[in-house]
Design a protein around this ligand. Structure first.
Ligand code: G3H
Ligand code: 13P
Ligand code: ZN
Length: 311
């Protein structure tokens, strides 16, 4: 048997195309999240990961990245994929990436289903999150490794999650929150057992709109960073004050996820236009201004994260 053939990556890639795990016509326009985050870690800034729910938001993210000369991650949740359709999401993001010079990654946000992860990779995503945070630790490790086994050989990056990043609607008490936070020793063990290159952690943020000001556990972040030394991901970042995000970036956060702030800006502007011109029936006259305010919001975030000028 010829070992050279067995270990040739092209042979492996061919096998994955044959098994229909990846497409043979994949475009090179999208970059992996690992690539963006290792540079961000080296230079101490964070790359914004913005949720892409429709065409106007995708266009706004690309335009903001171009204007700021910033790398950017467009991410689609399972909900966004069932709303827009997987091929539409991939197609629109590929077109956006081809139309600008800055590096763009397409990432699955909170993938909880292995088959969905495979469908995204096959569709052309350059990165996936496998979110096994609701599973017992060993199951989370096993499932994350299963995803890594198919993604790593073809250069698709994988983000994992440890700890529970709740929703602001979850109504948990302070002591319960502590129990949801990522344990530094578990994080070290998780990285040792998976070799994961980026990890989402729970340090006090939550998805959705905050009622009060979120308090981040910087000490925990520092401890985790000292034990794993890989790019760390902050979820639920809308509504976290700019200075708090910047402090977290200094302590090791390299990817900052933003969805709710985009929803607020986009829908807020739609509401404003409709209130100002109640007789308007052309959707372009309502969605166009919403797209423009989203560009400004994202540009502002990129400056806060320090990714402006880093493309
Ligand atoms: O992390 C959650 C994101 O905000 C996605 O939300 O599932 O409603 O698309 P969604
Ligand atoms: P926010 O909606 O709170 O910004 O959270 C986004 C997020 O974490 C997506 O994974
Ligand atoms: Zn999230």
């Amino acid at each position: 048997m010829n070992k050279g053939v067995i270990f040739c990556p092209w042979f492996f890639v061919y096998k994955l195309i044959e098994k229909n795990i990846i497409r043979g016509d994949i475009t090179m326009a999208l970059v992996s999240v690992d690539e963006l985050l290792s540079r961000a870690q080296e230079r101490t800034y964070a790359v914004g990961a913005f949720n892409a729910n429709n065409m106007e938001i995708i266009q706004a993210i690309a335009k903001a990245a171009e204007l700021e000369n910033s790398p950017v991650i467009m991410q689609a949740s399972q909900g966004a994929i069932s709303y827009a359709g997987l091929d539409y999401i991939t197609g629109m993001v590929e077109i956006a990436a081809e139309s600008v010079k800055v590096p763009i990654a397409l990432h699955l946000d909170h993938g909880t289903d292995f088959d969905q992860v495979v469908r995204c990779i096959r569709s052309g995503f350059s990165s996936v999150m496998y979110d096994g945070s609701k599973l017992p630790l060993e199951e989370n490790i096993a499932m994350t490794n299963k995803v890594l086994d198919i993604a790593r050989p073809i250069g698709v990056s994988v983000e994992a999650e440890l700890g529970k990043i709740g929703g602001t609607e979850d109504n948990v008490h302070v002591d319960e929150k502590e129990a949801m936070y990522t344990d530094p020793e578990e994080a070290r063990y998780f990285v040792e057992k998976t070799g994961i290159k980026s990890l989402a952690i729970a340090i006090g943020t939550a998805h959705g709109q905050y009622k009060g000001e979120p308090k981040l556990d910087y000490g925990r972040l520092e401890k985790i960073k000292s034990m794993i030394n890989i790019p760390i991901v902050l979820h639920g970042s809308s509504g976290v004050p700019d200075e708090a995000v910047q402090k977290a970036v200094k302590l090791g956060i390299c990817k900052v996820n933003i969805d709710t702030n985009i929803r607020e800006a986009f829908v807020g502007e739609m509401r404003r236009v409709i209130a100002e011109k109640p007789a308007e029936i052309d959707p372009r006259k309502i969605l166009g201004p919403a797209r423009e305010v989203t560009v400004e919001l994202i540009r502002q975030k990129m400056r806060v994260f320090g990714s402006s000028g880093q493309a």
